[in-house]
Design a protein around this ligand. Structure first.
Ligand code: AHR
Length: 721
């Protein structure tokens, strides 16, 4: 052992637990190289005296192959109150009095009204007295007493959290024909303690948007029952779009995102963002499917205090979210305000540095949830109908919205909304998780329309690639059959989805090894090993070594779902858990983070040799399987030529490995580990950091050993310069 590596070794054993060791060995031997396309772990017999550890990993850092530069991204759907009541920072629930039959209290859901105060929700459709036709209901308040009386909104789910010194932006539309003596805005808790207050100046007789800021004098957690109070003096007033936002949103954007949750996304370094679903794109019926045009107010011009605007949140109609219960009035009704609409999704992509991957409805509702509701084959518009063609037109218009200039209808709306430059847009998903003739005949109409658009307006459409759905299961190959039949022009990417137990992921590491390299690349749009415990996270990590090894054909991969609000959710597990004012990250999150922040540019050939298989050649087949079930790995180079080794030890014992990198000069390497004592361990609100990555620095050389802890994902980053 030379002096430098001895120092490294000493530094390491002083800084890490005893199970963790790294030392240089003196063995040298012929390098065994696996070449593309044999991306699976290979176990080849070599001379047993070559190494004394459980395994020998030999690496050929010279003969790598390029993999996708978009590999690890995110899928964001408004499920589990991920968006309204989650990432979207609006603190007021039912701000526009549009909630309906899914909500207890219907249009007044979320609001409490003092006794003696006369409050009525008015349907402005009847006499056009609304702020605009997309937002027809408003609240009329009449105080005939001489006392000040109030209405109050306590926010989504578990309520509001406020922070001392933080500023909150209140806005609301008010109109008073008969006059009102005063309107005050308060942040107050159940005990009556006032954290901030402001006064609305004189109210005009036409709807006017009023804005005031409130600075909290003290912090309050949601358990104190903090709410927004509007206190009225004598008189009568109409009000709508009552909103409260923290000033400190992600990137300081108005109408922005909860900073803690958005930062959790940023820290995943996502290369792409798939949005807005998932089943919400499809709807149970087409009626409650996500409409991107609704999410930007449908191009309705809207005058705010004398200025004509487009896309303002006040013009975005409310929609039911299919993850809500359509059949009963709930305390936690699930609506989509579209406050985080397509404009904000594209901004988020820019802020995260991610490729936007919007998914649009294919003129067909959800074949699983929708079929349950309306019967097979869900809610499908006739292919030759005008209504169906409108869905195609909407997809075509989406490109214009992103890339068109001020001479185009939808491009002009984007510009009026404040984004002069085009939004990036290369991929559009047509439908989600669908299959069968009912889907493909509709998908094919989209393909035709985009081909035509590309001929007519190549500047907008020629680079757009459509993503075809492939059904909801790991065994589905609906889209692949079509591609075999019609060729690779059929789609730009195939969207595969599967939610399977950990054992499935471990036995399917090689799923993509046999995929045809000349066919359409894969978009693994949704996957998860069905738990937030360490066992599932390790299985996902092991599987991701297979994804990365096949990163030449698997172009994008995203875990699903992304967010879970612990107060009310429809899907568990989720990557990031939260409630009001609190966020905690699952161990699955840290797996995603370790892979995405250490992604390779090139995968480099490697060969893993097991001592066990050498010692027991007669049963080597069996042993190879046993060995492969303990340790999974992939090796790569990043853009700086750093060698990145990813190991996943799913066994309950540490694994000792000799790592052989010919020609490597002694260098400082970083090892990051993610592990815990038991497979059932998980991060929770009570113990949010039970399992988090730990980093140490070591000396790596051309031939060194490393003990991979039990139940561990371990990343070695080895600079070569
Ligand atoms: O990720 C949750 C749901 O799973 C998605 O909405 C859907 O695509 C899939 O069935």
């Amino acid at each position: 052992m030379n002096k430098k590596s001895l120092l490294g070794f000493l530094a390491l054993i002083l800084t890490v637990p005893a199970f963790f060791a790294c030392k240089k060995t003196d063995h040298t031997s012929e390098v065994i190289v696996t070449e593309r396309p044999t991306p699976s772990i290979t176990i080849k017999p070599i001379q047993s005296q070559d190494f004394s550890t459980d395994y020998l990993l030999t690496i050929d850092s010279k003969n790598g192959y390029e993999i996708s530069n978009l590999l690890y991204g995110l899928f964001l759907e408004d499920i589990n109150f991920a968006v309204d009541g989650g990432l979207y920072a609006e603190m007021v629930k039912n701000r526009s009095f549009e909630f309906g039959s899914m909500a207890k209290g219907q249009n007044l859901h979320g609001w409490s009204v003092d006794e003696g105060l006369d409050c009525n929700v008015i349907d402005g459709n009847l006499d056009h007295s609304y702020i605009n036709q997309n937002n027809p209901h408003y609240l009329n308040i009449r105080n005939t007493t001489s006392s000040e009386l109030q209405i109050n909104n306590s926010g989504f789910l578990d309520g509001m959290t406020i922070t001392e010194g933080a500023t909150y932006k209140f806005s609301g539309y008010f109109r008073s024909k008969e006059g009102i003596s005063s309107v005050h805005i308060l942040l107050k808790d159940e005990s009556g303690y006032i954290y901030a207050s402001a006064t609305i100046p004189e109210i005009t007789d036409e709807f006017h948007k009023y804005e005031v800021t409130l600075t909290a004098s003290k912090s309050a957690s949601s358990t104190l029952g903090v709410g927004l109070y509007i206190v009225f003096g004598k008189g009568s007033v109409d009000t709508d779009m009552i909103s409260l936002f923290p000033q400190d949103t992600y990137k300081g954007r108005p109408n922005g995102l909860r900073k803690d949750l958005a930062l959790a996304l940023e820290e995943l370094s996502p290369t792409f963002l798939r949005f807005p679903g998932g089943c919400v794109v499809e709807g149970e019926t087409l009626e409650n499917s996500y409409s991107w045009k609704d999410s930007i107010g449908n191009g309705l011009p809207f005058e705010i205090n004398g200025t004509v605007t487009y896309g303002d949140v006040a013009t975005r109609p409310l929609s039911e979210n299919l993850w809500g219960d359509q059949n009963s009035a709930s305390n936690h009704p699930y609506y989509m305000t579209y406050g985080l609409g397509f404009y904000e999704y594209f901004l988020l992509c820019e802020d995260l540095g991610s490729e936007p991957i919007p998914i649009v409805n294919a003129g067909l509702s959800c074949l699983i949830q929708g079929t349950k509701k309306v019967g097979t084959p869900a809610d499908a518009l006739p292919v030759d109908s005008e209504e169906f063609y409108q869905y195609i037109q909407d997809a075509i218009d989406l490109v214009e919205f992103c890339k068109g200039d001020e001479t185009t209808t939808w491009g002009a709306i984007r510009i009026a909304m404040g984004h002069k430059d085009p939004f990036k847009l290369k991929f559009i998903g047509i439908g989600n998780e669908q299959w069968g003739t009912v889907y493909f005949e509709r998908y094919e109409q989209f393909v035709k329309a985009f081909e035509k658009a590309a001929l007519e307006k190549p500047e907008l459409y020629k680079d757009i690639q459509l993503i075809v759905a492939n059904g909801p299961a790991s065994t589905d190959n609906y889209a692949w059959k079509k591609i075999k039949l019609f060729g690779t022009e059929y789609a730009g990417l195939v969207d595969e989805h599967y939610y399977m137990p950990p054992s499935w992921f471990l036995s399917n590491i090689n799923r993509y090894d046999s995929y045809d390299r000349n066919s359409v690349p894969v978009f693994l749009g949704e996957y998860a090993a069905k738990s937030n415990n360490l066992e599932a996270a390790l299985a996902e990590a092991a599987f991701m070594t297979g994804i990365e090894r096949n990163g030449d054909i698997v172009k994008l991969a995203s875990y699903a779902p992304l967010f879970g609000n612990s107060i009310s959710y429809q899907w568990n597990p989720d990557l990031i858990w939260f409630k009001s004012g609190v966020v905690w990250k699952s161990v699955n999150y840290y797996v995603q983070q370790l892979f995405s922040t250490n992604v390779a540019k090139q995968v480099i050939p490697s060969s893993l040799t097991s001592k066990q298989s050498l010692q027991n050649e007669s049963t080597s087949k069996v042993n190879e399987i046993a060995v492969a079930k303990s340790l999974y790995q992939v090796c790569g180079l990043d853009e700086n030529n750093d060698i990145i080794l990813k190991f996943v030890n799913v066994s309950d014992k540490p694994i000792d490995i000799t790592i052989r990198i010919p020609e490597l000069k002694d260098t400082n390497a970083i090892i990051t580990t993610l592990s815990s004592e038991s497979l059932s361990d998980m991060n929770t609100v009570v113990n949010p950091t039970l399992i988090t990555p730990k980093e140490v620095s070591v000396i790596a050389s051309k031939d060194f050993t490393y003990e991979i802890p039990k139940y561990c994902v371990s990343i070695l980053r080895i600079p070569t310069k």
